[in-house]
Ligand binder design. Sequence first.
Ligand code: NAD
Length: 338
Amino acid sequence: MLRVGINGYGTIGKRVADAVRKQPDMEVQGVGKRSPDYVAVNADERDYAVYAADESRADGFREIGIDLAGTVDDLVAESDVIVDATPSGVGAENRPLYERHETPALFQGGEDATVAEVSFNARANYEEAEDADYVRVVSCNTTGLSRFLAPLHENYGVEKARVTLVRRGGDPDQTGRGPINDAVPDPVSIPSHHGPDVQTVFPELDIDTVGLKVPTTMMHVHSVNVTLEERPDDVEDVTELYRNEDRVLTIPDYAGIDGAGTLKDLAQDAGRPRGDIWENCLWEESLTLQGQDLYCMQAIHQEADVVPENVDALRALEGELSSAESRAITNETLGIDL
Ligand code: NAD
């Protein structure tokens, strides 16, 4: 059993902990938590061993009835591998702690690519993580784009990708984020940083991205245009390609799913934990071929799509299972088959 410590128990960390717990070959050693708040209480109620990230706040945990299992230093020592899910930039500060204990670690997409040896997506470059000690699971948007581009690149060749990312203003618990009444170019400079981030997974791929932020907490939506090297015979061939991808949910026309709201409703009806959608959500009707150009739109649940990728990255570090084998276990245990 691989003992996994989760350092940073927030939006991503709590989801990764629950996903790891469902795996037959892994267990959660414990979670590193900084604040004695409702999320800490929830971790305790879920029977995760809680380790204090900030020793000076240890009394606060005791006051709300949480018996600490130790400090994050102890968690790193007792774990075979750490998933660092702390806020952007904190992961890089934590890396010396993991090195001191010779504990391999995963970092998240908010970190610079330089934090790790490999920027990871299970569908695109699983094998590259097999010899690494430190791996960065790329961001929600880069994960969504990597899953989308990998099969297209393999089958038809991507000459050039152009993507407009309509990004959610914040996660539901980020009460201070916005905008609340605007559509904001973010960043206003073009291209945005998302394209270069995709190139950390596909170094040779030509891609330009543009970003905007809008007043929703639900999902990101990507408007995609890809110029292909080889034209598919029919757009139905492309639709079929994506129907066969395990982490792409192709939305049929009949479903009446017209946006992120109906997608979240579907996930809740399906009994998904926290209403999570781990897959890219690709509108079949939007897939359009014009000459060599493919167009489409997909929605990405920012809180969820990186979760199965973290599980697979843990197995990639272990080096015992292939990408297909790991993804099959992760998909089955999480229930990725809406
Ligand atoms: P979050 O703020 O929801 O959670 C981070 C948690 O880490 C919080 O509980 C915070 O208290 C805790 N923390 C802060 N400093 C700590 C420390 N020194 N040690 C231990 N814990 C500490 O953040 P998040 O949204 O889960 O993001 C985590 C990482 O995942 C970031 O790199 C982010 O860019 C990336 N990511 C986020 C999303 C998303 O949409 N939320 C999607 C993909 C990737």
